[in-house]
Design a protein around this ligand. Structure first.
Ligand code: SF4
Length: 459
Protein backbone atom coordinates (compact mmCIF):
# COMPACT_ATOMS: atom_id res chain seq x y z
CA UNK A 1 0.00 0.00 0.00
CA UNK A 2 1.73 3.17 -1.23
CA UNK A 3 0.38 6.66 -0.63
CA UNK A 4 1.54 9.61 -2.71
CA UNK A 5 0.91 13.03 -1.10
CA UNK A 6 1.05 16.02 -3.44
CA UNK A 7 1.21 19.75 -2.86
CA UNK A 8 1.02 22.21 -5.75
CA UNK A 9 1.39 25.57 -4.02
CA UNK A 10 1.88 26.72 -0.45
CA UNK A 11 3.16 30.29 -0.86
CA UNK A 12 6.80 29.21 -0.91
CA UNK A 13 6.58 27.27 2.35
CA UNK A 14 7.51 23.68 3.06
CA UNK A 15 4.00 22.22 3.23
CA UNK A 16 2.71 21.32 6.70
CA UNK A 17 -0.18 19.69 4.85
CA UNK A 18 2.17 16.97 3.55
CA UNK A 19 4.45 16.64 6.56
CA UNK A 20 1.61 16.19 9.04
CA UNK A 21 -0.30 13.35 7.27
CA UNK A 22 3.01 11.74 6.30
CA UNK A 23 3.73 11.33 10.01
CA UNK A 24 0.29 9.81 10.68
CA UNK A 25 0.66 7.32 7.81
CA UNK A 26 4.22 6.33 8.66
CA UNK A 27 3.36 5.76 12.30
CA UNK A 28 0.69 3.34 11.08
CA UNK A 29 3.33 1.47 9.07
CA UNK A 30 2.09 2.66 5.67
CA UNK A 31 4.50 3.65 2.91
CA UNK A 32 4.25 7.31 1.92
CA UNK A 33 6.00 9.55 -0.58
CA UNK A 34 5.65 13.35 -0.58
CA UNK A 35 6.16 15.49 -3.67
CA UNK A 36 6.00 19.26 -3.47
CA UNK A 37 5.33 20.27 -7.07
CA UNK A 38 6.30 23.86 -6.35
CA UNK A 39 9.86 22.59 -5.95
CA UNK A 40 10.14 19.17 -7.65
CA UNK A 41 8.91 17.33 -10.73
CA UNK A 42 6.41 14.52 -10.37
CA UNK A 43 7.77 11.44 -12.10
CA UNK A 44 5.50 8.87 -13.71
CA UNK A 45 7.28 6.20 -11.68
CA UNK A 46 6.00 7.78 -8.43
CA UNK A 47 2.47 7.84 -9.80
CA UNK A 48 2.60 4.24 -11.02
CA UNK A 49 3.60 2.83 -7.63
CA UNK A 50 0.80 4.68 -5.79
CA UNK A 51 -2.38 3.01 -4.57
CA UNK A 52 -3.64 6.22 -3.05
CA UNK A 53 -2.83 9.69 -4.40
CA UNK A 54 -3.89 12.63 -2.23
CA UNK A 55 -3.72 16.34 -3.07
CA UNK A 56 -3.36 18.96 -0.38
CA UNK A 57 -5.55 21.94 -1.35
CA UNK A 58 -5.24 24.68 1.25
CA UNK A 59 -5.97 27.58 -1.09
CA UNK A 60 -7.46 28.74 -4.35
CA UNK A 61 -4.26 28.78 -6.42
CA UNK A 62 -3.26 25.32 -5.18
CA UNK A 63 -6.61 23.94 -6.30
CA UNK A 64 -6.40 25.42 -9.78
CA UNK A 65 -2.85 24.14 -10.20
CA UNK A 66 -3.93 20.67 -9.05
CA UNK A 67 -6.52 20.18 -11.82
CA UNK A 68 -4.12 19.12 -14.63
CA UNK A 69 -2.15 16.94 -12.21
CA UNK A 70 -5.32 15.10 -11.16
CA UNK A 71 -6.04 14.39 -14.80
CA UNK A 72 -2.46 13.23 -15.41
CA UNK A 73 -2.56 10.83 -12.46
CA UNK A 74 -5.83 9.42 -13.83
CA UNK A 75 -4.11 8.68 -17.14
CA UNK A 76 -0.90 7.23 -15.71
CA UNK A 77 -2.36 5.18 -12.85
CA UNK A 78 -6.13 4.85 -13.32
CA UNK A 79 -6.37 2.24 -10.54
CA UNK A 80 -5.10 4.59 -7.84
CA UNK A 81 -7.68 5.95 -5.43
CA UNK A 82 -7.66 9.75 -5.70
CA UNK A 83 -8.33 11.96 -2.73
CA UNK A 84 -8.34 15.73 -2.18
CA UNK A 85 -8.02 17.28 1.27
CA UNK A 86 -7.58 20.69 2.85
CA UNK A 87 -9.77 23.78 3.04
CA UNK A 88 -10.50 24.06 -0.68
CA UNK A 89 -11.36 20.39 -1.20
CA UNK A 90 -14.90 20.43 0.27
CA UNK A 91 -15.42 23.94 -1.10
CA UNK A 92 -14.85 22.62 -4.63
CA UNK A 93 -16.11 19.06 -4.25
CA UNK A 94 -18.10 18.94 -7.48
CA UNK A 95 -15.24 20.40 -9.52
CA UNK A 96 -12.84 17.84 -8.06
CA UNK A 97 -15.20 14.89 -8.44
CA UNK A 98 -15.74 15.82 -12.10
CA UNK A 99 -11.95 15.45 -12.55
CA UNK A 100 -11.87 12.02 -10.99
CA UNK A 101 -11.35 12.64 -7.29
CA UNK A 102 -12.91 9.75 -5.38
CA UNK A 103 -12.76 11.05 -1.81
CA UNK A 104 -13.03 14.59 -0.50
CA UNK A 105 -11.73 15.36 2.98
CA UNK A 106 -11.85 18.62 4.89
CA UNK A 107 -9.13 20.73 6.46
CA UNK A 108 -8.87 18.60 9.65
CA UNK A 109 -7.93 15.65 7.51
CA UNK A 110 -5.20 13.58 9.16
CA UNK A 111 -7.37 10.95 10.88
CA UNK A 112 -9.71 10.66 7.90
CA UNK A 113 -6.82 10.25 5.48
CA UNK A 114 -5.28 7.54 7.64
CA UNK A 115 -8.67 5.77 7.87
CA UNK A 116 -8.98 5.92 4.09
CA UNK A 117 -5.47 4.52 3.56
CA UNK A 118 -6.16 1.71 6.02
CA UNK A 119 -9.44 0.90 4.34
CA UNK A 120 -7.74 0.74 0.95
CA UNK A 121 -4.99 -1.43 2.44
CA UNK A 122 -7.73 -3.53 4.04
CA UNK A 123 -6.22 -3.06 7.48
CA UNK A 124 -8.68 -3.04 10.35
CA UNK A 125 -7.91 -0.02 12.50
CA UNK A 126 -6.96 -0.74 16.09
CA UNK A 127 -9.02 2.21 17.28
CA UNK A 128 -12.11 3.90 15.86
CA UNK A 129 -11.35 6.41 13.11
CA UNK A 130 -13.47 9.29 11.89
CA UNK A 131 -15.53 8.60 8.80
CA UNK A 132 -14.22 10.42 5.74
CA UNK A 133 -16.10 13.63 5.06
CA UNK A 134 -18.69 13.60 2.30
CA UNK A 135 -17.47 16.95 1.10
CA UNK A 136 -20.31 18.99 2.55
CA UNK A 137 -19.55 22.39 3.99
CA UNK A 138 -20.48 23.08 7.60
CA UNK A 139 -23.02 25.86 7.86
CA UNK A 140 -23.21 25.60 11.64
CA UNK A 141 -20.49 26.58 14.05
CA UNK A 142 -17.90 23.82 14.15
CA UNK A 143 -20.29 21.05 13.10
CA UNK A 144 -18.35 18.13 11.73
CA UNK A 145 -14.91 19.67 12.32
CA UNK A 146 -13.00 16.95 14.18
CA UNK A 147 -10.74 17.56 17.16
CA UNK A 148 -7.47 15.83 16.47
CA UNK A 149 -4.57 14.94 18.66
CA UNK A 150 -1.74 15.80 16.31
CA UNK A 151 1.58 14.04 15.91
CA UNK A 152 4.85 15.73 15.06
CA UNK A 153 4.98 16.37 11.30
CA UNK A 154 7.49 14.26 9.42
CA UNK A 155 9.43 16.53 7.08
CA UNK A 156 12.04 14.04 5.94
CA UNK A 157 10.38 13.44 2.58
CA UNK A 158 10.31 17.12 1.63
CA UNK A 159 12.94 19.39 0.03
CA UNK A 160 15.25 21.14 2.52
CA UNK A 161 14.14 24.44 4.00
CA UNK A 162 16.74 26.43 2.09
CA UNK A 163 14.84 25.68 -1.13
CA UNK A 164 11.84 27.60 0.18
CA UNK A 165 11.02 31.29 0.73
CA UNK A 166 13.48 33.07 2.98
CA UNK A 167 13.14 36.07 5.23
CA UNK A 168 14.81 39.22 3.99
CA UNK A 169 16.22 40.85 7.10
CA UNK A 170 16.54 44.57 7.74
CA UNK A 171 20.34 44.38 7.43
CA UNK A 172 20.10 42.90 3.94
CA UNK A 173 20.84 39.31 5.02
CA UNK A 174 18.51 36.36 4.52
CA UNK A 175 17.19 33.82 7.01
CA UNK A 176 16.14 30.27 6.27
CA UNK A 177 12.47 30.06 7.25
CA UNK A 178 10.50 27.14 8.60
CA UNK A 179 6.73 26.93 8.72
CA UNK A 180 4.30 25.43 11.19
CA UNK A 181 0.73 25.79 12.39
CA UNK A 182 -0.37 26.23 16.00
CA UNK A 183 -4.06 26.27 15.08
CA UNK A 184 -6.39 25.87 12.10
CA UNK A 185 -9.72 27.49 11.33
CA UNK A 186 -10.87 30.78 12.84
CA UNK A 187 -13.31 31.91 15.50
CA UNK A 188 -14.47 34.81 13.30
CA UNK A 189 -16.89 34.82 10.39
CA UNK A 190 -15.76 37.56 8.02
CA UNK A 191 -18.05 37.52 5.02
CA UNK A 192 -15.43 37.07 2.31
CA UNK A 193 -13.32 34.44 4.05
CA UNK A 194 -13.17 30.91 2.57
CA UNK A 195 -12.49 29.47 6.03
CA UNK A 196 -15.96 30.41 7.25
CA UNK A 197 -18.07 27.99 5.18
CA UNK A 198 -15.95 25.11 6.49
CA UNK A 199 -15.11 26.01 10.09
CA UNK A 200 -18.27 28.04 10.75
CA UNK A 201 -16.56 30.36 13.25
CA UNK A 202 -14.51 27.86 15.20
CA UNK A 203 -10.87 26.87 15.32
CA UNK A 204 -8.80 23.89 16.39
CA UNK A 205 -5.47 24.07 18.14
CA UNK A 206 -2.42 21.98 17.47
CA UNK A 207 -1.14 20.75 20.83
CA UNK A 208 1.76 22.93 22.07
CA UNK A 209 4.14 19.99 22.47
CA UNK A 210 3.56 19.05 18.82
CA UNK A 211 4.11 22.63 17.62
CA UNK A 212 7.30 22.95 19.65
CA UNK A 213 8.62 19.58 18.48
CA UNK A 214 8.00 20.68 14.90
CA UNK A 215 9.80 24.00 15.51
CA UNK A 216 12.70 22.12 17.15
CA UNK A 217 13.07 19.83 14.14
CA UNK A 218 13.03 22.75 11.71
CA UNK A 219 15.58 24.73 13.73
CA UNK A 220 17.77 21.62 13.73
CA UNK A 221 17.31 21.55 9.94
CA UNK A 222 18.60 25.11 9.63
CA UNK A 223 15.60 27.38 10.21
CA UNK A 224 16.42 30.73 11.81
CA UNK A 225 12.88 31.99 11.46
CA UNK A 226 9.47 30.31 11.82
CA UNK A 227 6.30 31.38 10.06
CA UNK A 228 3.18 30.51 12.04
CA UNK A 229 0.66 29.89 9.29
CA UNK A 230 -2.43 29.97 11.51
CA UNK A 231 -5.24 31.91 9.82
CA UNK A 232 -5.24 34.00 13.00
CA UNK A 233 -2.51 33.35 15.55
CA UNK A 234 -4.35 35.27 18.28
CA UNK A 235 -7.61 33.31 18.15
CA UNK A 236 -6.31 31.66 21.31
CA UNK A 237 -3.95 34.25 22.80
CA UNK A 238 -2.90 32.14 25.82
CA UNK A 239 -2.07 29.19 23.57
CA UNK A 240 -0.16 31.54 21.26
CA UNK A 241 1.87 33.23 24.02
CA UNK A 242 2.68 29.89 25.65
CA UNK A 243 4.15 28.68 22.37
CA UNK A 244 6.21 31.76 21.53
CA UNK A 245 7.57 32.03 25.07
CA UNK A 246 8.73 28.41 24.87
CA UNK A 247 10.17 29.05 21.40
CA UNK A 248 12.15 32.05 22.68
CA UNK A 249 13.45 30.11 25.71
CA UNK A 250 14.54 27.13 23.67
CA UNK A 251 15.79 28.91 20.54
CA UNK A 252 17.11 32.36 21.45
CA UNK A 253 17.76 34.39 18.33
CA UNK A 254 15.22 32.51 16.21
CA UNK A 255 12.61 34.95 14.93
CA UNK A 256 9.04 34.31 13.83
CA UNK A 257 6.08 35.92 12.11
CA UNK A 258 2.35 35.59 12.61
CA UNK A 259 -0.92 36.60 11.01
CA UNK A 260 -3.66 38.24 13.03
CA UNK A 261 -6.61 40.50 12.39
CA UNK A 262 -6.73 44.21 13.14
CA UNK A 263 -9.44 43.54 15.73
CA UNK A 264 -7.00 41.31 17.63
CA UNK A 265 -4.20 43.85 17.33
CA UNK A 266 -6.52 46.24 19.15
CA UNK A 267 -8.10 43.80 21.61
CA UNK A 268 -4.85 42.06 22.53
CA UNK A 269 -2.69 45.18 22.39
CA UNK A 270 -1.20 44.26 25.77
CA UNK A 271 0.12 40.97 24.34
CA UNK A 272 1.95 42.59 21.43
CA UNK A 273 5.03 43.74 23.37
CA UNK A 274 5.46 40.13 24.53
CA UNK A 275 5.42 39.01 20.90
CA UNK A 276 8.10 41.56 20.08
CA UNK A 277 10.23 40.47 23.06
CA UNK A 278 10.01 36.81 22.06
CA UNK A 279 11.30 37.44 18.54
CA UNK A 280 8.24 38.32 16.45
CA UNK A 281 9.74 39.99 13.40
CA UNK A 282 6.56 41.05 11.64
CA UNK A 283 2.81 40.62 11.72
CA UNK A 284 0.67 40.10 8.64
CA UNK A 285 -2.78 41.61 9.08
CA UNK A 286 -5.75 41.49 6.72
CA UNK A 287 -6.86 45.11 6.59
CA UNK A 288 -8.78 44.52 3.34
CA UNK A 289 -10.07 48.12 3.02
CA UNK A 290 -9.83 51.54 4.63
CA UNK A 291 -13.43 52.52 3.89
CA UNK A 292 -15.72 51.77 6.84
CA UNK A 293 -18.62 51.14 4.48
CA UNK A 294 -16.66 48.33 2.79
CA UNK A 295 -15.35 46.97 6.08
CA UNK A 296 -18.89 46.68 7.39
CA UNK A 297 -20.03 44.80 4.26
CA UNK A 298 -17.16 42.36 4.87
CA UNK A 299 -17.99 42.19 8.61
CA UNK A 300 -14.29 42.54 9.34
CA UNK A 301 -14.79 43.64 12.93
CA UNK A 302 -12.58 46.72 12.60
CA UNK A 303 -12.77 50.27 11.32
CA UNK A 304 -10.34 52.51 9.49
CA UNK A 305 -9.57 54.18 12.81
CA UNK A 306 -8.77 50.78 14.39
CA UNK A 307 -6.30 50.15 11.59
CA UNK A 308 -4.61 53.53 12.07
CA UNK A 309 -4.34 52.94 15.83
CA UNK A 310 -2.98 49.44 15.31
CA UNK A 311 -0.30 50.83 13.00
CA UNK A 312 0.65 53.45 15.60
CA UNK A 313 0.78 50.90 18.44
CA UNK A 314 2.84 48.37 16.48
CA UNK A 315 5.24 51.09 15.36
CA UNK A 316 5.61 52.33 18.94
CA UNK A 317 6.65 48.89 20.17
CA UNK A 318 8.83 48.07 17.17
CA UNK A 319 6.63 45.42 15.58
CA UNK A 320 6.61 45.62 11.78
CA UNK A 321 3.18 45.30 10.20
CA UNK A 322 2.49 43.74 6.79
CA UNK A 323 -1.03 44.80 5.78
CA UNK A 324 -2.95 42.85 3.14
CA UNK A 325 -5.91 44.17 1.17
CA UNK A 326 -8.81 43.15 -1.01
CA UNK A 327 -8.15 46.30 -2.98
CA UNK A 328 -10.69 45.68 -5.73
CA UNK A 329 -14.15 44.77 -4.54
CA UNK A 330 -17.68 45.60 -5.68
CA UNK A 331 -17.91 48.64 -3.38
CA UNK A 332 -14.62 50.37 -4.15
CA UNK A 333 -14.79 53.47 -6.34
CA UNK A 334 -12.06 55.15 -8.38
CA UNK A 335 -11.72 57.78 -5.64
CA UNK A 336 -11.88 55.08 -2.98
CA UNK A 337 -8.95 53.24 -4.57
CA UNK A 338 -6.95 56.48 -4.61
CA UNK A 339 -7.87 56.96 -0.94
CA UNK A 340 -6.57 53.45 -0.16
CA UNK A 341 -3.23 54.30 -1.80
CA UNK A 342 -2.98 57.68 -0.10
CA UNK A 343 -3.78 56.12 3.27
CA UNK A 344 -0.99 53.59 2.78
CA UNK A 345 1.36 56.45 1.90
CA UNK A 346 0.21 58.67 4.76
CA UNK A 347 0.80 55.88 7.27
CA UNK A 348 4.33 55.31 5.90
CA UNK A 349 3.41 51.79 4.87
CA UNK A 350 4.46 51.77 1.22
CA UNK A 351 7.46 49.57 1.94
CA UNK A 352 5.35 47.27 4.13
CA UNK A 353 2.84 46.37 1.43
CA UNK A 354 3.70 43.72 -1.16
CA UNK A 355 2.76 45.18 -4.59
CA UNK A 356 0.41 42.27 -5.35
CA UNK A 357 -1.79 43.58 -2.53
CA UNK A 358 -2.57 46.65 -4.64
CA UNK A 359 -4.05 44.42 -7.34
CA UNK A 360 -5.99 41.77 -5.41
CA UNK A 361 -9.57 41.33 -6.52
CA UNK A 362 -12.27 39.90 -4.26
CA UNK A 363 -12.88 36.20 -4.88
CA UNK A 364 -16.39 34.91 -4.24
CA UNK A 365 -15.92 31.23 -3.46
CA UNK A 366 -18.43 28.42 -3.23
CA UNK A 367 -20.39 28.77 0.01
CA UNK A 368 -19.17 32.33 0.58
CA UNK A 369 -21.12 34.45 3.05
CA UNK A 370 -20.84 37.26 0.51
CA UNK A 371 -23.72 35.59 -1.29
CA UNK A 372 -25.92 36.66 1.63
CA UNK A 373 -25.74 40.19 0.24
CA UNK A 374 -28.38 41.09 -2.37
CA UNK A 375 -25.98 43.33 -4.30
CA UNK A 376 -23.48 40.47 -4.58
CA UNK A 377 -26.15 38.03 -5.75
CA UNK A 378 -27.11 40.58 -8.39
CA UNK A 379 -23.52 41.21 -9.46
CA UNK A 380 -22.19 37.66 -9.78
CA UNK A 381 -22.61 35.35 -12.73
CA UNK A 382 -23.02 31.55 -12.57
CA UNK A 383 -20.24 29.67 -10.74
CA UNK A 384 -17.20 29.39 -12.98
CA UNK A 385 -15.78 25.89 -12.47
CA UNK A 386 -12.50 26.74 -14.19
CA UNK A 387 -11.90 29.81 -12.03
CA UNK A 388 -13.39 28.11 -8.94
CA UNK A 389 -15.35 31.23 -8.09
CA UNK A 390 -18.39 33.31 -8.95
CA UNK A 391 -17.30 35.91 -11.51
CA UNK A 392 -18.40 39.47 -10.83
CA UNK A 393 -18.20 42.76 -12.63
CA UNK A 394 -17.92 46.16 -11.06
CA UNK A 395 -20.78 48.54 -11.85
CA UNK A 396 -18.10 50.96 -13.06
CA UNK A 397 -16.20 49.22 -15.90
CA UNK A 398 -13.29 51.65 -15.38
CA UNK A 399 -12.62 50.08 -11.98
CA UNK A 400 -12.38 46.60 -13.53
CA UNK A 401 -10.08 47.98 -16.24
CA UNK A 402 -7.92 49.63 -13.60
CA UNK A 403 -7.65 46.35 -11.69
CA UNK A 404 -6.48 44.57 -14.83
CA UNK A 405 -3.92 47.28 -15.56
CA UNK A 406 -2.59 47.28 -12.00
CA UNK A 407 -2.37 43.46 -12.01
CA UNK A 408 -0.42 43.54 -15.29
CA UNK A 409 1.88 46.24 -13.97
CA UNK A 410 2.59 44.32 -10.76
CA UNK A 411 2.98 41.03 -12.62
CA UNK A 412 5.51 42.43 -15.06
CA UNK A 413 7.72 44.01 -12.39
CA UNK A 414 8.56 41.21 -9.98
CA UNK A 415 11.42 42.23 -7.74
CA UNK A 416 11.08 45.94 -8.56
CA UNK A 417 11.35 48.25 -5.53
CA UNK A 418 8.00 48.46 -3.77
CA UNK A 419 8.01 52.26 -3.80
CA UNK A 420 8.62 52.34 -7.55
CA UNK A 421 5.68 50.01 -8.22
CA UNK A 422 3.51 51.91 -5.74
CA UNK A 423 4.20 55.23 -7.48
CA UNK A 424 3.36 53.71 -10.87
CA UNK A 425 0.08 52.34 -9.49
CA UNK A 426 -0.64 55.71 -7.92
CA UNK A 427 -0.24 57.44 -11.29
CA UNK A 428 -2.62 54.97 -12.92
CA UNK A 429 -5.20 55.29 -10.14
CA UNK A 430 -5.26 59.08 -10.16
CA UNK A 431 -5.39 59.18 -13.96
CA UNK A 432 -8.41 56.87 -13.78
CA UNK A 433 -10.07 59.03 -11.12
CA UNK A 434 -9.21 62.27 -12.91
CA UNK A 435 -7.29 63.57 -9.90
CA UNK A 436 -3.74 64.76 -9.42
CA UNK A 437 -1.49 62.47 -7.37
CA UNK A 438 0.24 64.14 -4.42
CA UNK A 439 4.03 64.38 -4.58
CA UNK A 440 5.74 61.13 -3.50
CA UNK A 441 6.52 61.01 0.23
CA UNK A 442 9.66 59.69 1.80
CA UNK A 443 9.02 57.07 4.43
CA UNK A 444 10.69 57.21 7.79
CA UNK A 445 11.84 53.60 7.24
CA UNK A 446 13.41 52.50 3.97
CA UNK A 447 12.55 49.09 2.52
CA UNK A 448 15.80 47.57 3.73
CA UNK A 449 14.64 48.14 7.30
CA UNK A 450 11.37 46.21 6.91
CA UNK A 451 11.72 42.43 7.14
CA UNK A 452 9.54 40.33 4.84
CA UNK A 453 9.24 36.86 3.32
CA UNK A 454 10.39 36.87 -0.29
CA UNK A 455 7.32 35.01 -1.53
CA UNK A 456 4.49 37.54 -1.78
CA UNK A 457 1.25 36.58 -0.08
CA UNK A 458 -1.33 35.29 -2.48
CA UNK A 459 -4.41 33.23 -1.89
S1 SF4 B 1 -10.29 36.86 10.89
FE1 SF4 B 1 -9.19 36.27 9.03
S2 SF4 B 1 -9.19 34.04 9.05
FE2 SF4 B 1 -10.74 34.70 10.50
S3 SF4 B 1 -12.68 34.71 9.35
FE3 SF4 B 1 -11.81 36.78 9.26
S4 SF4 B 1 -10.60 36.81 7.34
FE4 SF4 B 1 -10.98 34.66 7.89
Amino acid sequence: MHTLLLSTYEMGRQPFGLASPAAWLERAGLAVRCVDLSRDRLLDEAIREADLVAWYLPMHTATRLAAPVIERVGRVQPRAHRCAYGLYAPLNASFLRARGIDTILGPEFEADLLALARRLADITPTSPEATPSDGQVNPERGVGVPRLHFVQPDRRGLPPLDRYATVQMDDGTKRVAGYTEASRGCRHTCRHCPIVPIYGGTFRIVQPEVVLADVRAQVAAGARHITFGDPDFLNGPRHAVRIVEALAREHPGVTYDITTKVEHLRRHAAVLPRLHETGCLFVTTAVEAVDDRILSRLEKGHTRDDFVRAVEHCRAIGLALGPTFVAFNPWITRDGYCDLLETIAALDLVEHVAPIQLAIRLIVTQGSRLLELPEIREQVGPFDAAALSYPWRHVDPAVDALQQTVMTLVGTRPGAPRREVFEAVRQLAHACAGSRPPAPRREARARATVPYLNEPWYC
